[in-house]
Every structure is written in C-alpha cells, then in structure tokens.
Design a binder for this molecule. Structure first.
Ligand SMILES: [Zn+2]
Length: 432
C-alpha cells in the first residue's frame, strides 16, 4: 500500500471521469449534492444467469432478471425465461443482490507517507483526502458491495451525496457523521448532540459505549447517557449503532433500545440472549479488521493506541471474537448481520469476512449470504430498497463465478456489478 499513491489517485480521477462519461454519455453537471432521482423509464435490460439467489434464502435455476431504469422490473425462471437473447448473458455465473456492509470507514486510508489516516485533516490536503475516499468507494463497489454504512466521519456526508448522483462508481453510503462518546457529556449533551446530527443529515447515530479492544473494551458510558442518546435517536427516527466490546456496555445499550451492537468481542451467552429477546442486531467484526491490522501493522504502529501492547490485545481478541460469533449463531432468534469494520487496507475485501464466518465460524453459506443482503438491509431500514432480487427494488446486483451456497469463496470472484441499473463492472465471459 506504499506504492506511489498520488499517481494512483490521479489515475483514479481520470478513470472515474472516463467512467462517468461512459455511464451517462456526458460528464456530470449541475449542483454537487443533488441525489439522483430513481429512474423509471428507458429500455429494459435483461440478465440471464445459471442461478439467482434472491437474498432472502431462495434460489432460482436458469432465471432472467429484467431491469428498467434503476429498478428490478421482473424475475422469471424456467423455459419462459430463456426466450430471446439477454442484454447480459451471465450463464455460468450466480446472480445475487449486491452486498450490504453495515460497518465501514469509507474514508480511512494510508496517506502518501504510508501512515494510516482516519479520514481528512492532519496536514493532508482536503482534496487528496476526498480522492482517497473516492478510491475506497470504487474498490468497495468493484468488490461486490453496493451499500455501506460508514460509522464516524463528518466528511462522509459529501461523499454520500456525490455518489448518490450515480455518476461515479461507489456504493450507496449511509453515514453517522461525527460519533458520540464519553467526551460528548451528560445525558442532556447526548440529546443535544443527536439533535445536531439529525439537523446535519446523519442517517444513523454512532455511539462509543466501550473502550477499544486495544484498551481492554471496558464501558465508557452510563445507562443514563445511553438511554438519552438512543432514546433521542429513536424519537428522531434515526437508528443507533453502538460500539461495545464487553458485557456491561452491550447490556446498557440493549436496555436503552439502541439498534445494533458493533464488535462485541467479549460478549457472553446471556447478553446474546438478551439481544435476541429485544431484537437488537449484532454486527460482529471477527476477521478482516484484525487480519488487515496484522498484515499492515507497520502502517498503523505508532498512531494513537496502535501500539505493540494494543496489537497484542488484538491478537488475543481474535479467538475470543470467533467464539462469540459461534455462540451468536447458536442463540435462537439473534439477528447477526454482516459488517466488516473496513478501514485502510481492507476496502474492497469486504467479502473475505463472510468467507471466514463460514469456513472458521461454521455459518451456513446461505445464512451468511442472507446476513449480507436482506438482513443487513433490514437492519439499516432499507428493506424496501435493497438487499433482495425482487421487483420494485433497486437494481443493485452482482454476479460471481461459481455457486456461493456451495463454495462461499465464489464471493471473492465477483465478475459483474450493477448499481442502480448501471453496469459498473463487467468481466463476464462471452456466452458459450
Ligand atoms: Zn468501526
């Protein structure tokens, strides 16, 4: 990752401009933050695949999916589906909804000096920071992820709004903007901070309720602070995603009615059962985030709590997080969603987390795929837009080489990506 990043950023800008032209037939014009309206007209695009996974656990053999504008118009299977030549012949491949990653940090990157940066600032020109974020977004989409929730950076808003125009390659972005933590203050300050986030256009509230796993993961917010933060979020129809590693912080968040627990590397069976009872989503991040830190250790060491001791804590956490994940799968009714905590170095590799969950965690591949499509979409309040192959939903679709219900590693072979009815990656083999 220390290769000449500036040159790559410039190349990316050129590539993005070229792609924008290819997508629209013209370069983008107009106000910078005007989200694109759903497109309902235009000629139908047909996609024919060996099998279609609907994202809700169902599978169709030999199916044709019709896309009109930015939406899925129809799904047919059997003989009828095979009449006429499709616009995209995806035979030999599996078509499924684009992945939904409920926990990323889309702007975090390695800077020109090779050092890890949590988004913009600290001496980096803002334009360069923005280009790194665009680069991460393009890599994420190419990797088959068509929706992400980015948790914890004010500058994500401009990226979200720009990508919503549909002219640059990137996933749909939901953002929490600035997170709340113990520095935010007493309950009244928590409520005021949520009100500010709502006014600023946040899609969700991110709350740090425990220390980092590098610092032991102990609780940092009281029950009253969490009641205030998640209560205010609910009153404003915002979801709340709570960073919580240990039992105490997670219990408080669940009792406060927060929407999801992120990480949870130190949870126990009783807390997981409580989450299931209360309908709290669990987003464990058990592989990619750790493995990426270890692979890229030199880029992180020396920054904040990325110390030798912090890395030792993370190495200890890996088997604990895996055990918690297995316990979560064995907890009846617990909604375990797909989130990677993608940081610098892991954008675009998101599906590696799902491979680990199946191969090391013992999750059923079909359940893993549902967790990364319809269930993840439900957890973000987007069930009526994404996460399934069904008429009326956004045409966010991917095709992979192989059948991921039999070999989950097929998800690492994404060869075709459509976002909002536009094909943004097409390496499908010619029809045989
Ligand atoms: Zn995170």
């Amino acid at each position: 990752m220390t290769a000449p990043r500036r040159a790559r950023v410039l190349l990316l800008a050129l590539a993005a401009a070229t792609l924008a032209g290819a997508l629209d037939g013209t370069l983008a014009a107009g106000p910078p933050a005007a989200p694109e309206e759903p497109r309902s007209g235009g000629p139908a695009i047909t996609l024919r695949a060996d099998r279609v996974l609907d994202g809700r656990g169902g599978a169709l053999a030999g199916a044709t999916v019709t896309v009109v504008g930015s939406r899925i118009a129809g799904v047919t299977s059997g003989e009828q589906a095979m009449v006429g030549a499709p616009t995209y012949d995806l035979r030999g491949l599996t078509l499924l909804p684009g992945g939904v990653d409920t926990h990323v940090h889309i702007g975090w990157h390695f800077g020109a000096d090779g050092k890890y940066r949590e988004g913009a600032g600290a001496g980096e020109p803002p334009g360069l920071s923005a280009l790194y974020a665009v680069e991460n977004a393009a890599a994420t989409l190419r990797g088959g992820i068509t929706t992400v929730r980015s948790l914890g950076a004010a500058e994500d808003r401009e990226l979200r709004d720009f990508l919503a125009r549909g002219t640059l390659p990137g996933p749909r972005v939901l953002t929490s903007l600035t997170p709340l933590d113990e520095e935010t203050g007493p309950p009244e300050a928590m409520r005021a901070a949520v009100a500010r986030l709502a006014a600023d256009g946040a899609d969700v509230v991110k709350i740090f309720a425990s220390k980092s796993i590098r610092d032991g993961g102990g609780p940092t917010l009281s029950q009253e602070q969490l009641d205030a933060a998640c209560g205010e979020a609910r009153a404003r129809h915002l979801r709340s995603a709570v960073h919580a590693h240990g039992v105490e912080s997670a219990r408080r968040a669940v009792l406060a009615g927060c929407t999801s627990i992120e990480h949870g590397a130190l949870l126990d069976a009783a807390t997981l059962r409580l989450m299931a009872e209360r309908g709290t989503y669990f987003d464990p991040n058990i592989d990619l985030v750790f493995r990426n830190y270890f692979e890229n250790q030199a880029h992180f060491l020396g920054i904040g709590n990325y110390t030798e001791a912090g890395f030792a804590q993370m190495r200890k956490a890996v088997p604990l997080a895996l055990a918690v994940f297995r316990q979560a799968l064995a907890t009846p009714g617990l909604k375990v969603v797909f989130g990677t905590d993608a940081v610098a170095g892991s954008h675009g590799r998101n599906f590696e987390e799902l491979v680990y969950r199946v191969e090391q965690g013992g999750q059923d591949p079909n359940a893993a795929i549902v967790s990364a499509t319809s269930l993840a979409a439900e957890s973000l309040g987007l069930s009526d837009r994404v996460g399934a192959v069904a008429p009326g939903l956004d045409a966010d679709l991917i095709a992979v080489d192989g059948d991921p219900t039999k070999d989950i590693r097929a998800l690492l072979r994404v060869v075709w990506v459509m976002k909002g009815g536009r094909v943004v990656r097409n390496e499908a083999r010619p029809a045989r």
